[in-house]
Design a binder for this molecule. Structure first.
Ligand code: NAD
Length: 260
């Protein structure tokens, strides 16, 4: 049990990568808070985790809504005494070339990834600094935190921005015992990715199979998708790491798509 007695809040954890991390964390002994825009799906995830013997609660949280984020963290403090680990994972994607991109779509993507991560960070740090108990901030970056692809400019820009937030928190939080790291996965087959395959095929005028082979996995060493388990295991490792030797770091988990 690498995370026994720790409380972890994970945004966007109703499905996909966030859910996989929540399940993995619960198996490692953590109490998990499934914070998501979609309360019904978050409740189903929390129930599944409890069914498997873990401790979990669901929270309705739109990470772009300051009040909802602060209220959500306050509920965790009441129920479980505050968070030890917070993961800014909630995310969306939008496919369009820059010259056709609506400002509203740009703002929506940046708002969820970057502004949402700020709101979650601020609320989490206030709980971690309280009484000097410290903790771990994790950000769900992407290979797009360190590389660009066409058609995803707001996503690429926001994911690059998360690197800066992660590093700033590592410097500010050190004295208070807070470590901060960012996980940068390659493509993982979640609903977010399944949705972009036909969208990219249409935009680029190629087949869905070609999107997978020649766009998504082209630069990996072995043509493989990164898995939910790969990302969840790294998230456990980073939260369980015993010292600030590992802080302010970006870890790329992408089958060699990007090597740094
Ligand atoms: P997903 O679409 O499967 O899940 C995203 C979750 O976030 C959903 O449950 C959704 O309801 C929730 N969400 C969306 N907007 C929200 C908001 N405003 N407030 C709270 N919750 C919100 O996506 P995923 O693939 O699991 O992605 C999770 C994270 O991983 C994202 O930040 C994404 O950018 C990142 N990521 C994904 C991949 C991949 O290939 N799937 C690769 C690199 C990084």
């Amino acid at each position: 049990m690498r995370l026994a007695d720790r409380t972890a809040l994970i945004t966007g954890a109703a499905q996909g990568i966030g859910r996989a991390i929540a399940e993995h964390y619960a198996r490692e002994g953590a109490r998990v808070v499934i914070a998501d825009l979609n309360l019904e799906a978050a409740s189903a995830t929390a129930e599944a985790i409890r069914g498997a013997g873990g401790e979990a609660m669901a929270l309705a949280m739109d990470v772009t809504n300051e009040q909802m984020v602060d209220d959500g963290f306050a509920r965790v403090a009441e129920a479980w005494g505050g968070v030890d680990i917070a993961i800014a994972n909630a995310g969306i994607q939008h496919i369009d070339p820059v010259h056709k991109l609506a400002y509203s779509d740009w703002r929506k993507v940046v708002d969820v990834h970057l502004n949402g991560a700020f709101l979650v960070t601020r609320a989490a740090l206030n709980q971690m600094y309280d009484g000097g108990k410290g903790g771990t901030m994790l950000y769900m970056g992407s290979v797009h935190s360190v590389e660009a692809s066409p058609l995803k400019s707001p996503y690429v820009a926001a994911k690059h921005g998360l690197l800066g937030l992660c590093r700033a928190v590592a410097k500010e939080g050190a004295e208070q015992g807070v470590r901060s790291n960012i996980i940068c996965p390659g493509f993982v087959r979640t609903p977010l990715v399944e949705k972009q395959i036909p969208e990219q095929a249409k935009e680029l005028g190629i087949t869905e199979e070609e999107v997978i082979r020649n766009v998504m996995l082209k630069n990996t060493v072995d043509g493989q998708f990164t898995t939910l388990e790969d990302v969840a295991e790294l998230a456990v490792h980073l939260a369980a790491f015993p010292s600030a030797a590992l802080t302010g770091q970006s870890i790329v988990v992408s089958h060699g798509w990007h090597m740094q």
